[in-house]
Design a protein around this ligand. Structure first.
Ligand code: ATP
Length: 365
């Protein structure tokens, strides 16, 4: 098939105007329109206060781009760059039908990057799957998507009508921002725009019926994370930290962020807790011991488990064979299964009303 031309795509948008009558293309920066095979990404730049007024033109642009011969998927996102209140860009999408078949959306978050959030999200999802639940995982980390590597996903997701079909790996339905938009497009996204892209992405995916959708959040506790926590119908959040004081301070910020928007904390995970020496088998508490457990007690949140710093875990992740799938009954697999049982128990408490839930009332099997 002939390659899509940017000129043809721009021409398709020619007649479209912004709420103030200016051509839509005036609000598209040079890098804002990009093509990856048969998929088109368009970024419309606006300001926080005008974001809601831009929503109809966003939908029209998406419809027009989809009609261009050769386009199988068009993804149009509003950016609200610069100062201003956090816009409510994606709430409608997040609350609309696409997630109606999903019983629980849970966030896996960390106060800072590199602590093992994605590793935890994948293995927790697999642990929940091993408990017999139907589970999806969404990699919402637009600037550093790692799900394709962790699950060994290749190629692009297929489209069914206007929706993308999640990819399948180890019994999970999986979708990554990295599979939907190209890295260059995501590079120009800032703060609230990330949130709008993610909520749209959730809505653009045909998740079907799921017991749990695990969302691997972008690291940090900034505006984008807060907006995402607020704009997504989350049943609860799992916070990942390493044992160092600094990481725990960040984890505390993460817990405070979710509490601010009334999302229950399902628990705290201590990752890279202690070092298991591959040569002698010795167990070394390099960063001290029990920091996260003590922090969890102090903050009255459940402690979900301590995952050692283990070369096997890293090697398995890098090879796209997560330990909970490849060795579910090994020492690491058992830690994640225990974590999954605790999360499932937390969700059951939430659905029974013992912990206030924001959105969902049904019970897990
Ligand atoms: N317990 C562990 N033992 C050994 N290596 C680990 C462990 N947890 C994570 N890693 C490795 O650390 C690196 C970072 O992990 P991961 O990508 O899960 O972190 P993250 O918090 O999601 O990072 P980011 O902020 O980039 O999203 C990866 O190479 C991963 O394999």
């Amino acid at each position: 098939m002939a390659e899509l031309s940017l000129g043809d795509l721009r021409r398709a948008l020619d007649g479209l105007t912004l709420p103030d009558g200016a051509p839509l293309l005036d609000a598209v920066q040079p890098t804002g329109l990009s093509v990856a095979g048969s998929r088109v990404n368009l970024t419309i730049t606006t300001t926080a206060d005008r974001a809601a007024a831009f929503a109809p033109v966003r939908a029209q642009a998406e419809a027009l781009l989809r009609r261009v011969p050769g386009v199988t998927h068009a993804f149009v996102v509003l950016t609200a760059d610069g100062a201003g209140p956090t816009p409510d860009l994606g709430r409608t999408a997040a609350k609309a039908d696409p997630l109606a078949g999903v019983r629980h959306v849970i966030a896996v978050a960390s106060g800072k990057g590199g602590v093992g959030k994605s590793t935890t999200a994948v293995n927790l999802a697999l642990g929940l799957r091993a408990l017999g639940l139907s589970v999806g995982i969404l990699d919402a980390d637009v600037h550093g998507p790692s799900l394709p590597t962790l699950l060994g996903l290749h190629g692009k997701p297929a489209a069914r009508g206007r929706k993308l079909v999640p990819m399948q790996a180890y019994g999970l339905r999986a979708m990554s921002m990295g599979l939907m938009v190209d890295a260059e497009t995501a590079m120009v996204w800032r703060g609230p725009m990330v949130m709008s892209a993610i909520t749209q992405m959730m809505a653009d995916v045909d998740w079907g019926a799921l017991d749990v959708l695990v969302v691997d959040m972008p690291p940090g506790t900034g505006d984008a994370q807060l907006a995402l926590a607020q704009g997504t119908p989350l049943s609860g959040a799992v916070i990942v930290s390493t044992p160092q004081d600094l990481s725990l301070i960040d984890a505390r910020r993460g817990i405070a962020m979710f509490r601010k928007v009334d999302v229950p904390i399902l628990g705290l995970v201590e990752n890279m807790s202690h070092f298991i020496c591959p040569d002698c088998g010795g167990d070394h508490a390099i960063f001290g011991h029990g920091g996260a457990q003590a922090e969890a007690d102090r903050l009255s949140v459940p402690f979900l488990g301590a995952v050692p710093l283990a070369m096997d875990l890293r090697a398995a992740s890098d090879a796209g064979r997560p330990v909970t799938a490849s060795d579910p009954d090994g020492p690491l697999g058992r830690i994640y299964q225990t974590m999954a049982r605790a999360v499932m128990a937390g969700l059951t408490h939430i659905t029974r009303g013992e912990i206030p839930a924001r959105t969902r009332q049904d019970t897990l099997p």
